[in-house]
Design a protein around this ligand. Structure first.
Ligand code: ATP
Length: 355
């Protein structure tokens, strides 16, 4: 019930052709990024270190001014609107709570610092902060100081503080990055619930693919200042647009192969029939471990069993495919021994031309 009154529809956020360079001679941090985030969407910016995730988030926030390109919140061009007027809420990895203020005062801070005409009265502030404390499940900690909270609790206070001003856009930069694995997992589930309740347009930065896959409605994958793909988790995982996306999201076995005469050749053997739309010549054949099965008598990929082990969910073999330099884990039904040669069938595969 409390949550319903917090709900306020989020804005659409659109960035168009964003370029941002920090130093004159180096490569640009963002090299022409365009992206539309739907109202109420939970979008992850995923990519390796230095790919431009934080810079893009800061451009959306108004903390960085782009060299070129525009930022829109709904129909409004906010490119030149200062950060205080954009209606954004932030949470950073290192929760910058005010240490000398209680949890209550931290959450109330944004409301109290509004200009007079927009500042709610004391009773209204109490009501709003109370609701938010319920929402982030910390109703009894209002009078504590940040130093008396766990990391996960502090992060929840930081989120409540960001939500207090009813931002139309919520921006989270590795919000759970500094926390241990279990707390992170709990907070992820909880963020998903909060998002469902508040419906705010939310953009969060992560370099953790599991976090992105588990939480996001859609994922934008950045590499060297460019977006390589934007899609739902199943799209980026099952239909990666580039070799980079394929190797960055989800496990992949990469096999050096050649396509000629309708066959995919690995180490001089025809291992797979080539699809008609696959290019002739040297390629990387990319396979998801969950598309591989051991056995069958068609022309097959070959590999060597490195290890195998039983688990509660069945037996798993670690197999090094011929033409590949890192092993993959495949579920198996037969008993195998270390060193066994096995044939594998791939129900799906992707190829990318090798340069
Ligand atoms: P990480 O996951 O490590 O935080 P990121 O994907 O968020 O990385 P950014 O922080 O956006 O990447 O950085 C993109 C590029 O811009 C990097 O090469 C970085 O060194 C550079 N950069 C970012 N901020 C600044 C700055 N204030 N001054 C100079 N260079 C910067």
């Amino acid at each position: 019930v409390a949550a319903r009154t917090v709900r306020k529809p989020g804005s659409e956020v659109r960035v168009d052709g964003i370029v941002k360079t920090f130093s004159g001679d180096g490569p640009a941090a963002l090299e022409g990024v365009s992206l539309a985030i739907a109202p109420g969407e939970l979008l992850a910016l995923l990519g390796p270190s230095g790919s431009g995730k934080t810079t893009l988030l800061r451009v959306i926030a108004g903390l960085e001014i782009p060299d070129a390109g525009r930022v829109f919140f709904g129909a409004t061009d906010t490119t030149d609107v200062p950060v205080q007027r954009r209606g954004v809420g932030f949470v950073f990895q290192h929760y910058a709570l005010f240490r000398h203020l209680t949890v209550f005062e931290n959450i109330a801070y944004g409301l109290r610092s509004r200009e007079r005409s927009r500042r709610p009265g004391e009773a209204e502030i109490r009501r709003r902060v109370g609701q938010l404390l319920d929402l982030v499940q910390l109703p009894t900690l209002a009078s504590r100081y940040p130093g008396q909270l766990s990391g996960g609790q502090r992060q929840r206070v930081a989120l409540a503080r960001a939500l207090a001003v009813e931002p139309s856009v919520l921006l989270l930069d590795e919000p759970f990055g500094a926390l241990d694995a279990q707390v992170r997992k709990d907070l992820r589930r909880w963020l998903r619930e909060i998002h469902r309740e508040t419906g705010q347009t939310t953009v969060f930065v992560t370099h953790d693919q599991d976090e992105a896959l588990e939480l996001a409605d859609r994922i934008a994958i950045l590499n060297r200042g460019r977006i390589e793909q934007v899609g739902a988790p199943h799209e980026v995982q099952d239909d990666p647009a580039s070799r980079f996306v394929m190797s960055f999201v989800g496990e992949t076995a990469r096999v050096a192969a050649d396509i000629a005469g309708g066959q995919v050749w690995v180490d001089g053997r025809a291992a797979l029939r080539a699809r008609e739309d696959w290019p002739e010549g040297p390629v990387d054949l990319c396979l998801r471990p969950w598309h591989l099965t051991v056995g069958g008598d068609e022309a097959a990929l070959l590999g060597t069993v490195r290890e195998w082990r039983r688990t509660a969910r069945g037996t798993v073999a670690e197999i090094l495919l011929d033409g590949s330099d890192s092993p993959v884990e495949v579920k198996v039904t037969d008993v195998h021994r270390k060193g066994d040669r096995v044939a594998l069938q791939a129900s799906e595969a992707r190829v990318f031309p090798r340069g």
